[in-house]
Design a protein. Structure first.
Length: 629
């Protein structure tokens, strides 16, 4: 959560920082700020609570020209969204000739209260309610000691007391951090550090960019360095030096940045969420590209780092994730158990990290995450790995913490997902899990003919999803009819139960309407008490193995005057006669129905939210990447 942008080079820093913050606003949008270093050595700070547009208005009034600066967009963890709690925070004291350091911080400092008490005893005055301000004062405290003890202060910033001050401060911080530090007396130096919160460095020609993910770098830098935990980046316009906090200098790996500016722009769409919904035919193709083998009737993966022999010995799979990724895991449970006859357990990562479940030899963990930075999922993965079990990641972000921490994994290749409510990442996760189910099935008992049948169905999926998107106009009319409902029920069975949960989550996230997802047969064991003429029920009821059973559940709702929106197969007369409104989706095999059914549920949530005047890309209280507990 929260977004960081920094720049040092030869261009005007403030404009680049604000542009970068705009691309990162999905990570946090309750306040924003920036700091630049003026020619006279003054740290000039501009901050504003609320959306980034407020900061942009301030910047237009005249931020000084400067070729170095740092910026931040915030998702509050400590202290409400106010101008004073916005970042950057300044560190310094009157005894030390004023404020010498500006800091932006992502993450949570768990021991900030004890650090604050200590620093107040040293004469530091706190002006915010945040945990982050202690970092700025702590670095200043370390800097003053380093300057007082240094017999010779080198002119080379990368070897001087300023870097040493950051290195000395970091071990005192308990928690997580992505930090970017700007010093009053070092006009060409930025210091970045990370532990559990992502930071990347964009490499340019005579300039460098720092950000909490790669999106602000698109169009400005074509090379990127991913910082690892406990690493610091010491950056000047001429150089990048990476230091491990404890063991000294390391040689950074520089990767090509395969991202264009158009990938992080809305194009002709009204919102990023709508754009990403409509990108799903292509992102589904990308998830399958190069991963289907007709010769062997199986899926092919290059990054599992486990041999087929090792995978044949797996007798249990644990899938873990949070939110939408947890719903994808439920789809994966149905897929893998049906295709491979392997027992699968789906765990909330936030619960798994604190449980001590019995895990037998032969258990494999898959951590499912869009960002690759989800704190709970990362902690769960590390706990299972510590116990000696193999861990793999299903992830969308190359170079992310979870991708590096796992023993191997599979990238989604869905491209940047800017909308806070996940859409294309969910369907890509489901596709990858279908590929895994095929792979494990063929390793075990699935016949060649069945493998070919599964592949042929998968190959048709992008075109089927394109067809499902054509219902957009009809869905918009249905959304207008139900926009004022206060509660929705989402109901499905078997493969379509997880997508009922996901549809309810999408509606809650972006429209703020209460919604619950249930297995359709469970509705009569409690939730049916909610049914009345003002409570719509969304049934996912395409024709398939449990179609007749879901029809019975639908009739139970209609018997109690509950309005029904049905997501159904084309021309289904039984559903057309029973439901109040019908969204038709193309027919496909049962195991791909949740991917196809997700499309109209995403569009329904989107259009209801737009009609209610909600900000669908930046819903209240949420952020895209949940890097705190």
């Amino acid at each position: 959560m929260c977004g960081i942008v920094g720049y040092v080079g030869f261009r005007r820093a403030s404009g680049l920082i604000v542009e970068g913050l705009r691309r990162l606003e999905y990570r946090g949008y309750d306040s924003a700020g920036l700091a630049v270093l003026e020619d006279d050595g003054t740290l000039s700070v501009w901050k504003a609570a609320g959306r980034l547009s407020r900061l942009e208005s301030l910047v237009k009034s005249g931020v000084p020209d400067s070729s170095i600066g740092i910026g931040h967009t915030r998702w509050a963890t400590h202290g409400p969204p106010t101008d004073g709690n916005a970042h950057p925070h300044l560190g310094g004291s009157v005894r030390a000739a004023g404020e010498s350091v500006a800091v932006v911080h992502n993450g949570v400092i768990e021991n900030y209260r004890s650090l604050k008490t200590r620093l107040e005893s040293e004469g530091y005055v706190f002006r915010s309610e945040t945990d982050s301000e202690v970092i700025a004062h702590l670095i200043d405290s370390c800097l003053q000691r380093a300057l007082a003890c240094a017999s010779v202060v080198t002119d080379e910033a990368v070897d001087g007391p300023y870097v040493m001050a950051v290195r000395e401060a970091l071990p005192h911080l308990r928690g997580t951090y992505g930090l970017l530090v700007l010093f009053r007396d070092q006009p060409e130096l930025l210091v970045a550090a990370r532990l559990g919160s992502p930071l990347v460095v964009g490499v340019g020609d005579g300039e460098y960019f720092v950000a909490s993910d790669a999106s602000p770098l698109a169009g400005h830098a074509d090379r990127i360095v991913y910082l690892a935990d406990n690493e610091l980046a010491v950056i000047t316009p001429q150089s990048l030096r990476v230091i491990h906090r404890d063991s000294g200098r390391v040689e950074p790996a520089v990767f090509n940045l395969d991202m264009a500016a158009s990938d992080v722009s809305m194009g002709d769409y009204a919102h990023f969420m709508l754009k990403e919904i409509h990108e799903q035919p292509e992102t589904i193709r990308a998830a399958m590209r190069g991963r289907l083998s007709l010769d062997d009737a199986t899926a092919v993966f290059g990054g599992l780092n486990l041999t087929p022999t090792q995978l044949q010995r797996i007798n249990r799979i644990v899938l873990t994730g949070c939110g939408t990724s947890w719903h994808a895991a439920l789809v994966g449970e149905y897929l893998i158990e049906e295709f491979a006859r392997l027992p699968v357990e789906v765990e909330y990562a936030s619960e798994l990290r604190y449980r001590n479940p019995p895990i037998d030899e032969g258990t494999l963990l898959f951590a499912i995450t869009q960002s690759g930075e989800t704190a709970d999922t990362l902690a769960a993965l590390r706990e299972i790995k510590r116990k000696g079990h193999p861990t793999l990641a299903i992830c969308n972000v190359v170079g992310s913490t979870i991708a590096k921490a796992a023993d191997g994994g599979i990238y989604l290749h869905a491209g940047p997902e800017i909308g806070v409510a996940s859409t294309k990442a969910f369907t890509s996760q489901c596709v990858v899990l279908a590929l895994l189910a095929l792979y494990f099935g063929r390793l075990r008992h699935m016949s060649y003919e069945k493998g070919i049948e599964v592949i042929r169905a998968l190959e048709q999926l992008p075109d089927i999803v394109s067809e499902a998107l054509k219902a957009d106009a009809a869905i918009q009319r249905i959304a207008a009819k139900y926009r004022d409902a206060s509660t929705f029920l989402y109901l499905g069975r078997q493969y379509n139960f997880p997508v009922a949960l996901e549809g309810a989550l999408k509606l809650k996230e972006i429209s703020y309407i209460h919604a619950e997802g249930y297995p359709a047969a469970e509705m009569k064991h409690g939730p049916i008490a909610l049914v009345d003429s003002a409570t719509p029920s969304v049934f996912i009821i395409p024709q398939g193995a449990v179609y007749d059973k879901v029809i019975l559940n639908l009739e139970e709702i209609k018997a109690r005057s509950g309005p029904v929106i049905a997501v159904a197969s084309p021309g289904d007369r039984r559903v057309l006669d029973l439901a109040d409104d019908v969204i038709e989706i193309p027919q496909t095999v049962d195991f791909l129905q949740p991917i196809v059914a997700a499309i109209p549920l995403q569009l329904l949530a989107y259009h209801i939210a737009v009609l209610r005047g909600c900000d669908v890309d930046k819903p209240r209280n949420l952020a895209k990447s949940v890097t705190v507990e």
